[in-house]
Write a new protein. Structure first.
Length: 169
């Protein structure tokens, strides 16, 4: 230790001495996010959105403009809200049946996407990401850069898995 440095200072951000771990607060969303996520444009037809869901395991679909700027997400609940209007209030328009979604009012991703989804930057500590996930009761966060371009997604399961492997839980 150098003069004026405490053991706590020396180990800050490293976990327990000799453990090779960083403290949970030092791990960022960028450390755990995946860059392998599905993006769609706002004008993507609903039928194509449904195909993406069935092929990707019903994960949220990130909606971006042509420059990659984050606009919103389509969640399984957005489809459910369209099918059964009494279930939620996440989107602007409501349809009464799947056939109505495919051939009626809701014709594009923009018509059903959630516009107020949580987005964080890659420097956000996972402790803050966990707080947001708990507060908004959503299983993932979209990661954006300073220009608002979607660069990744971090899921709560990935964070929990990391915490388990690192011995934090």
């Amino acid at each position: 230790m150098t003069e004026g440095e405490t053991r706590k200072d020396r180990n800050q951000g490293q976990g327990a001495p000799g453990s090779g771990r960083r403290e949970t607060t030092a791990i960022t969303v960028g450390d755990l996010m995946t860059r392998d996520f599905e993006t769609l444009r706002p004008d993507t037809p609903i039928a194509q959105c449904i195909r993406h869901f069935s092929q990707r395991g019903c994960r949220d679909l990130v909606v971006t403009d042509s420059d990659g700027r984050f606009l919103g997400v389509i969640t399984p609940f957005d489809f459910l809200t369209q099918i059964s209007p009494t279930i939620g209030v996440r989107s602007r328009k409501k349809s009464g049946c799947i056939e109505c979604i495919l051939s009626g009012d809701a014709s594009t991703a923009e018509d059903i996407m959630t516009r107020r989804h949580i987005a964080v930057n890659e420097d956000t500590p996972i402790s803050e990401a966990l707080r947001l996930l708990e507060k908004y009761h959503h299983p993932d966060l979209v990661v954006i850069n300073r220009e608002g371009i979607a660069i990744g997604v971090v899921e709560i399961c990935t964070i929990i898995s990391h915490l388990r492997v690192s011995g934090d839980i």
